[in-house]
Design a protein around this ligand. Structure first.
Ligand SMILES: Cc1cc2nc3c(=O)[nH]c(=O)nc-3n(C[C@H](O)[C@H](O)[C@H](O)COP(=O)(O)OP(=O)(O)OC[C@H]3O[C@@H](n4cnc5c(N)ncnc54)[C@H](O)[C@@H]3O)c2cc1C
Ligand code: FES
Length: 254
């Protein structure tokens, strides 16, 4: 368990909030795609921690950032956190995204709140000199975030929306194909949509590249003990909290 201090917790549109927390222990250890479980307390309720992907981290400043959708009891309490509030964090947990040795270009496909899990990966990859093609999908422009952060790290960003039909799988496939024609994609990473996951799987199979998906399941313990979060894979049932959340696409769609 780690203690963090809320630095900011602001609405950013689309029902999302951005929360920055000072927690040097987590900032030092966290890897791209990992998760932190927040004890969201109002007295003793709710009992269970809530899992959130780490959006960004700064090892030197000792900060970690989250973007979360306000949904039920727990996230409504979180929305009331103010700068200076102390919070109880468990993590980082789970498997991280791994960049392949020698990769020159990656594609990331995020949908809605699933974008959160991919942004630090895009920033890290671009920081290492890889070309990053990011496709960010949401119901409307308000439901997409992360563009500025990714562009400032030199990633190429495409936003697609349900509102104008551009989030259609066929259109996303076209964007991927166009990008591939400009230079081979070595790895593809996806989060937040089963449809985009299937598209990424098909694309990875067609072009013989690695692909990974970060999955979301309801969780209880968050540390691999209770088996509440299992999902069916080609390797049998696996725990999303401990064996994932990042899985090879072939284990999920193969
Ligand atoms: C690996 C992982 C990463 C996540 N990352 C993010 C993120 O970065 N941003 C974000 O907004 N949301 C994220 N979620 C979803 C987030 O955990 C839920 O929206 C949140 O727990 C809802 O809590 P609540 O009390 O507001 O809702 P309630 O519906 O009241 O929650 C009731 C119970 O269900 C669980 N639960 C509800 N929805 C989900 C869900 N979708 N996934 C898992 N458990 C759920 C809660 O933890 C709680 O135990 C993630 C979930 C997982 C599993
Ligand atoms: S939440 Fe308990 S094993 Fe995953």
């Amino acid at each position: 368990m780690r203690s963090g201090v809320v630095l900011a917790n602001e609405a950013i549109g689309g029902g999302y909030r951005h929360m920055a927390v000072n927690c040097p222990e987590i900032a030092k250890e966290v890897k791209d795609g990992q998760v932190v479980h927040i004890k969201v307390k109002d007295g003793n309720e709710p009992l269970l921690r809530r899992p959130f992907s780490v959006y960004l981290y700064d090892r030197e400043a000792g900060t970690v950032e989250f973007v979360y959708a306000v949904k039920g009891a727990g996230t409504k309490i979180m929305a009331g956190y103010e700068p200076g509030d102390e919070i109880d964090l468990l993590g980082p947990t789970g498997k991280a995204y791994e960049l392949k040795e020698g990769a020159k270009k990656i594609a990331i496909l995020g949908r809605g709140v699933g974008i959160v899990s991919l942004v630090s990966l895009g920033v890290s990859a671009a920081g290492k000199g890889l070309r990053v093609e990011a496709i960010l999908s949401g119901k409307t422009p308000d439901h997409v975030f992360g563009r500025k952060v990714l562009e400032s790290s030199a990633a190429v960003v495409h936003e697609v929306y349900d509102a104008d039909g551009s989030s259609d799988v066929e259109n996303v496939r076209k964007i991927l194909e166009r990008s591939r024609q400009e230079g081979a994609i070595d790895q593809i990473f996806v989060c937040g949509s089963k449809r985009l996951g299937k598209l990424a799987y098909d694309f990875s199979q067609e072009h013989g590249i690695d692909g990974y998906i970060s999955l979301e399941e309801r969780m209880a313990c968050g540390i691999g003990v209770c088996y509440v979060c299992v999902c069916k894979t080609t390797k049998g049932y696996q725990r999303v909290c401990k064996d994932g959340p990042v899985f090879p696409l072939a284990e999920v769609y193969g």
